[in-house]
Design a protein around this ligand. Structure first.
Ligand code: ARG
Length: 282
């Protein structure tokens, strides 16, 4: 009897030890991992000049340019680590952050209630005037055809998958036929070939597209844009609040030092280069 009791006690203690051992192994935060590996990996969809695009005269990591890339470099520097840019489709960027395969993404994200629920979103950062207005691109020949929201009833209007622009189309042009586009470059081709009749884009991005595609114009009708959409935020995996905190500190420092205007100007200059391209990854 005594022996059995001793055995049971020993077993209980062993089990308790195992349980405790499990508990002391605290899950590493994304910030711990970044610091330990010395690398900050970010996802971006380089189809959105002047925020993120490709300079085709360069290769490797150097090819990625734009405002968000300057900002990402700054954040990596702030953390004292090197930056690794993973280019992928806009939709894939968000999935990667959601599942935690990358800790964060800079890709010209607007603040959206749905995103705030599923991700940690940084404080706002200045995005020039890229997103202060949201517009529709149409073929130059159709310029006269579309002057009011009603004119889009039954019309195929494209917007990038999982984007602010897609929600603007479904909210404000509910009679239109919303068409999901993977990458913005594909949307431009679809518009030119007549598969869609309008493409919803941020105005700054639209200006870049028109500069390279003189057969397209901006529609006189524009979306109504509430103030919260005018600046951008960084998307971080839900629960990674330590990373969020340092990212916000880095943003505050960059703003205070006046870098935003400098980066935006540089991005516009880079976007004007012959070798600037918006890359399609979907
Ligand atoms: N600001 C818009 C959004 O959050 C568009 C961003 C598109 N970015 C890109 N890299 N394609 O949905």
């Amino acid at each position: 009897m005594k022996k059995t009791l001793a055995l049971v006690l020993a077993l209980v203690m062993a089990l308790a030890l195992v349980a405790c051992g499990g508990k002391t192994e605290k899950k590493k935060t994304a910030l711990d991992q970044i610091k330990e590996s010395g690398v900050l990996t970010i996802a971006t969809s380089p189809d959105f000049s002047p925020m993120e695009f490709v300079d085709s005269s360069k290769s490797g990591q150097e090819q990625y340019v734009g405002f968000d890339i300057s900002l990402a470099k700054y954040i990596a520097e702030y953390l004292g680590v090197t930056l690794e840019i993973q280019a992928m489709g806009f939709d894939a960027c968000q999935t990667a952050v959601f599942t935690g395969s990358v800790p964060m993404s800079l890709s010209g994200y607007s603040w959206m209630a749905e995103r705030a629920e599923n991700y940690e979103l940084s404080d706002y950062y200045y995005a020039g005037d890229n997103e202060t207005e949201q517009v529709l691109l149409v073929r130059a020949d159709d310029a006269e055809k579309y002057t009011s929201a009603e004119d889009f009833a039954g019309v195929k209007v494209g917007a990038q998958n999982a984007s602010l622009q897609m929600s603007l189309v479904t909210d404000q042009l509910s009679d239109a036929e919303a068409v999901t586009i993977g990458d913005i470059g594909v949307g431009v081709l679809e518009l030119q070939s007549g598969n869609i009749d309008a493409l919803a884009v941020a105005k700054g991005n639209g200006e870049q597209i028109i500069a390279n595609n003189p057969d397209l114009v901006m529609c006189t009708w524009e979306f109504e844009v509430s103030e919260e959409f005018e600046a951008n935020v960084i998307m971080i995996t839900k629960g990674e609040t330590e990373l969020l905190e340092v990212v916000n500190q880095a943003l505050a420092e960059a703003k205070e030092k006046g870098y935003y205007a400098e980066w935006y100007e540089q991005a516009l200059a880079d976007a004007a280069k012959e070798t600037a391209i918006d890359v399609t990854l979907d």
